[in-house]
Ligand binder design. Structure first.
Ligand SMILES: OC[C@H]1O[C@@H](O[C@H]2[C@H](O)[C@@H](O)[C@H](O[C@H]3[C@H](O)[C@@H](O)[C@H](O)O[C@@H]3CO)O[C@@H]2CO)[C@H](O)[C@@H](O)[C@@H]1O
Length: 735
């Protein structure tokens, strides 16, 4: 019952929420709370008319309320006008809110404490402005296509890493009494043709890759799930009985409600009878027809949708509202309330600890009080038209902090690289030559003679309803924008100490850049949001050692990924389980920088692998709890390894645990991430990383048995500093 107790406490003050992260950590354990919430929902439902129930499940229309989604108030049960608002990194269209880092930057930290804190603060801000349902976090797109436009909203293409991040974020948000929404369900992997394409996937891939992080979300008691625009195996996601009723509600035991993406509904009865519970936004948005409201009333009167189904929809929505204790003391909706508190500290920490150092020849970094620095590139300074000049961040002008689309927030302030570098330079007595342009003319002048030249390049992407410089969501290629390769070439020719800083929504091909002898360092700064410059300076000057690790693979060539945006009406998902590092491993392709890679200013050694296990082979069993069969969530093995900082500066290392299934299992990825830890270590210090393996972590989806199965035999267990830098090897035997 922790969840309910904490939610009541959370109602008392915003400050409380910010100081109680430790208690909030337990919030995900409140399975029994659903029963009590359902009992309250049943009582309320008995007082409602059919029209009231239809109102609960139907949005009032786009731009017809304070939020991007709203349903009508029902006074008889004290039910408010429900406010649903984007999104995954903060309050869209807020007046004075924090623009948190995108999900992909959070994943890049591999730091569950920071990811949890980000979720707690997201929830605190949503509550503070009276948002009942925060439309995030994102596990779809998962990111199978490296140039997928919205990949940056989520946590990257590994289902385990994304699953952990989904859980931490949802539990953080919901610890403040705010309903989270796991989206987009499911297989919405590209923006191109997203409203017409059919994603065709096999059963095993569905379970082991795409459904896997949604199971984490359900296990963490997520209140709502958003069905996506695309078709799944030929049927619209929001009208798909198999995925909504079958996978989500029956197999995963999801107790909350499914809402449509904005106008992703296609029919009145099909959506109702296949498990969708709320339609959004409920008007003729984008020229579509309203499908519930009066139409649903008629369908229920005609018996095309049963009264029991309407009751179930309304009950699920009410139960979620009661689960989060929103029936008592919830703030009135006012998106303009200032709710920032000290949350910028989390933004800076995630932006900083998500920076991945890819190359550092001659230990050019950290910088040592240079007397002259060149700073080059249009993205070194804030957008000259203003930090929020482009609605929903729909431009790539000036420094980049996030992609574009509905999953954005306005920046309350923006510290560009040059702003933070200038401050630091003043205290060091460094002269800066600034060239805030991407034109190669003038580069020689600006860069030559400086101790080092920092050159800034970007790659941007976003949601398909906005076109930026001809890009309609998905990136057309994996090149840097604005002639980034040529810019770096020119800088590196003028200065043999060139440091390349990349801000990007996803992988770019770095081969041209790495071929320049003058390029000594590459700093993958990702998407740092409002703390862009501060986070970078922290790392460039060694205030902290870089500790981010890549949440995706950086290939030598775009074709190496084996997946691409589909231009036709169908994506057959022929790559199956083999996306990102799984594909590179299976096909023996050498990546440029592998999944999990990242350098530090110090060194780490690994030792003392220990494996203990009680795992037995066979199918999963037990009652269905939120997240699936109960024994899938039980600990069946523990792996430990000792990591030592052998350098002379403080640093943090991310030991990663990968498993290989035994030969008795069907063809599987050569290795799969199943554990990670972030250890902060002083020089000479050692610590033990402990990896807990749950039954699901050792299972594959058996399509014949329609169940998760632990295969018998010898599992490979490796612990390393990346998916290719494997330091310790062991075996785990299951009979
Ligand atoms: O915001 C709720 C969910 O909406 C989906 O994205 C929609 C987005 O919120 C909305 O702003 C955009 O509207 C544009 C519209 O599509 C376009 O035709 C018109 O010209 O401009 C509008 C913007 O002013 O529509 C998006 C859907 O197409 C997201 O998928 C979902 O993640 C959000 O939670």
């Amino acid at each position: 019952m922790h969840l309910r107790i904490f939610a009541v406490l959370a109602a008392t003050s915003l400050a409380w929420a910010e100081t109680s992260e430790k208690q909030a950590r337990q919030a995900g354990s409140g399975f029994a709370a659903w029963d009590a919430a359902y009992s309250q929902a049943s009582t309320a439902l008995s007082k409602l008319s059919q029209q009231d129930k239809v109102n609960i499940v139907t949005g009032v229309g786009w731009n017809k309320g304070p939020c991007v989604g709203n349903t009508p108030a029902i006074a008889s049960i004290g039910y408010p006008q429900l406010c649903l608002q984007d999104g995954p990194l903060g309050i869209r269209f807020g007046g004075s809110v924090t623009a948190f880092t995108p999900g992909i930057q959070a994943a890049s930290t591999w730091d569950v404490e920071l990811i949890r804190q980000r979720g707690v603060y997201l929830g605190a801000e949503a509550r503070g402005v009276g948002v009942h349902v925060l439309l995030g976090p994102v596990a779809g797109a998962l990111g199978k296509i490296p140039n997928g436009g919205r990949n940056w909203e989520g946590f990257g293409p590994d289902p385990y890493l994304t699953g952990i991040a989904m859980s931490e974020t949802i539990e953080g948000i919901q610890s403040n009494g705010v309903q989270a929404c796991a989206k987009h369900f499911i297989l919405n992997e590209q923006e191109t043709n997203r409203e017409t394409i059919s994603s065709v996937v096999d059963d095993r891939t569905m379970h082991e890759l795409y459904l896997f992080p949604f199971a984490d979300a359900v296990h963490s008691n997520v209140a709502s799930v958003m069905c996506s625009y695309n078709k799944v195996n030929g049927t619209w996601a929001c009208e798909n009985d198999k995925i909504q009723n079958g996978l989500l509600k029956k197999e995963l035991g999801f107790k909350g409600y499914v809402m449509s993406d904005w106008n992703a509904q296609h029919t009145t009865n099909g959506a109702a009878n296949s498990g969708m519970d709320m339609t959004m936004p409920g008007s003729d948005f984008n020229g579509k027809t309203i499908l519930w409201g009066p139409q649903l009333n008629t369908a229920v009167n005609n018996g095309q949708v049963s009264k029991a189904r309407l009751d179930d929809m309304a009950k699920r929505i009410l139960a979620s509202w009661y689960l989060l204790e929103q029936n008592s003391g919830y703030p009135a909706t006012n998106l303009k309330t200032n709710v920032q508190g000290n949350h910028k500290e989390n933004v800076r920490a995630v932006a900083r600890d998500g920076i991945v150092l890819l190359k550092n020849d001659d230990n050019i970094l950290p910088l040592k009080k240079p007397s002259k620095l060149a700073v080059i590139g249009s993205s070194s300074v804030v957008n000259p038209a203003g930090r929020n000049a482009c609605t929903d961040r729909g431009c790539n002008t000036g420094a980049l902090g996030m992609g574009w689309g509905s999953g954005t927030a306005d920046y309350p302030y923006f510290v560009a690289p040059y702003d933070a570098l200038k401050t630091r330079a003043q205290s060091d007595g460094t002269t800066i030559n600034l060239l805030s342009s991407d034109s190669t003319s003038g580069v020689a002048n600006a860069a030559s003679g400086a101790d080092a030249a920092l050159v800034f390049i970007t790659a941007d992407s976003g949601e398909g309803y906005i076109t930026v410089e001809g890009v309609t969501g998905d990136r057309p290629n994996l090149d840097p924008w604005h002639n980034g390769n040529q810019l770096v070439q020119a800088v590196a020719q003028a200065n043999k100490n060139t440091i390349v800083v990349v801000h990007s929504t996803g992988p770019i091909i770095l081969e041209t850049i790495l071929a320049q002898p003058g390029v000594k360092a590459v700093v993958w700064a990702g998407l740092p949001s409002q703390e862009n410059g501060n986070a970078l300076v922290d790392v460039l000057y060694g205030l902290v050692s870089p500790s981010g690790k890549l949440p995706y693979t950086i290939a030598k060539s775009e074709s190496d990924y084996g997946t691409a945006v589909q231009r036709g009406g169908t994506d057959l998902f022929t790559e199956g389980l083999f996306i990102d590092y799984r594909h590179f491993d299976k096909n023996g392709i050498a990546p440029r920088y592998e999944f999990g890679f990242g350098l530090s200013y110090t060194n780490f050694t690994y030792s003392s692998l220990s494996i203990t296990s009680t795992a037995s082979s066979g199918p999963a069993s037990g009652d269905t709890i939120p997240g699936g069969r109960s024994d899938l969530w039980e600990t069946v093995a523990t792996v430990t390894a000792v990591v030592k900082n052998t350098g002379d500066v403080q640093g943090a290392e991310v030991p990663q645990l990968y498993i290989s299934l035994p030969s008795s299992a069907p063809s599987s990825p050569p290795k799969q991430l199943r554990g990670f830890a972030k250890l902060k270590l002083a020089p000479g210090e050692s610590n033990t990383a402990t990896f807990i393996l749950r039954r699901r972590d050792l299972s594959y989806w058996d399509t014949g048995r329609q169940n998760w199965v632990v295969p018998s035999g010898s599992f490979g267990v490796v612990v390393g500093a990346s998916s290719r830098d494997l330091r310790l090897n062991g075996k785990l035997d299951v009979d």
